[in-house]
Design a binder for this molecule. Sequence first.
Ligand SMILES: Cc1ncc(COP(=O)(O)O)c(C=O)c1O
Ligand SMILES: [Zn+2]
Length: 400
Amino acid sequence: MVSLGAKCSKCQSAFSSDVALTICPECGGALLLEYDLAQVTEQISKTILERRDDTFWKYIELLPLASDGVISLQEPYTPVSPLSDRFDKAFKNAYIKDDGRLPTGTFKARGMAVAVSCLRELGVRRVAVPSAGNAAAALAAYGAKAGLEVYAFMPKDVPDSNLKESIFSGAKVYLVDGLIDDASRIVQTLQQKYKWFNISTNRQPYRLEGYKAMAFEIAEQFKWDPPDNILFPTGGGEGIIGLWKGFNELLNLGWTNKIPRLVAVQSSGCAPLVEAIVKHKSAVDEAWRHAETIAAGLRIPFPYASYLILRAIRETEGTAVAVDDTEIAASMKDFFKLGIYACPEAASTLAALRDLRGDRILGRDETALLCMTGTALKHFHLLAVERSEVPILSRQADSL
Ligand SMILES: Cc1ncc(COP(=O)(O)O)c(C=O)c1O
Ligand SMILES: [Zn+2]
């Protein structure tokens, strides 16, 4: 394993990575793992990586564990494909990366695969997560494979699919009469009493390392010349911070020479990051009121490490945009017409692409990658069809 340490992203205090880390004890900032990149370049190169099997575990030297500690549910390299501009001119030079193909059907598998593997190596046996749904489902699945005890706390209106996935995978599930912030408070209050490791978004440095590998995958899939822009549906922000961390590591390794502009896409029913960007704030300073959206993963009123999300956006000269639920539902349907199954969170990126191209914030010649963070299969309940309008044929039908 490459030498590893951790640093606070707020006060820069340094920590040893030999124990399971949470947040900075000095200032509460999110910790980031740091690798000795000189050692990485002694051990691997782009050519060596290209010869390895296509799964994010191929970047093991840049992950916080040894290869024999990997807990895998067989994660594929998720495909990147161009969007057809026959459908809409705004789709020219646009691509999608389909993380709906990962175990449990969302990109949350990346973070949980790495975090569960690493925490198990560090001796953790009992984990608790507050979740909008998909993170709990992914933790439950990887936890089951690793033999961990998993406790999941979700808002009581969590999508049915996420509730069932978590329960069937063996997690102990609690529904909270509130939002994810309330669930998070409950985990924090009870974690010592019940001896849970709190695996909340950005309150530990491990999940980020799984999302970071998205940047590596994207870079390799774009032949080490990453796209100009990446549109990422953003709630708690581990996805977008992970991309930022991954692209920075690639730049420091000298394997790429640019970092894409990172565009956070939110729902107008819960858009604290968009507001912070518009008002030039360095962090979200109060919870979004009356948060409401069909994209459950974007209903994060008060992201813990908002300062880091905003840093990732500003450093890359990106932005944050909001789209409303009507646009999200329409985009899910548009994606179906392209043969793509997008969950509501992911569908938001298509509406955002159209808006950004329309406002010329994103030029027609610039490349844009939309991160399809999850599959529509868990969300058919959001799209109604009138059964009575679908013809029923008798078994003997010989014409329509
Ligand atoms: C499918 C999907 N996409 C995007 C997000 C937002 O990700 P993040 O919380 O890392 O910003 C979530 C969060 O739950 C999600 O489930
Ligand atoms: Zn600190």
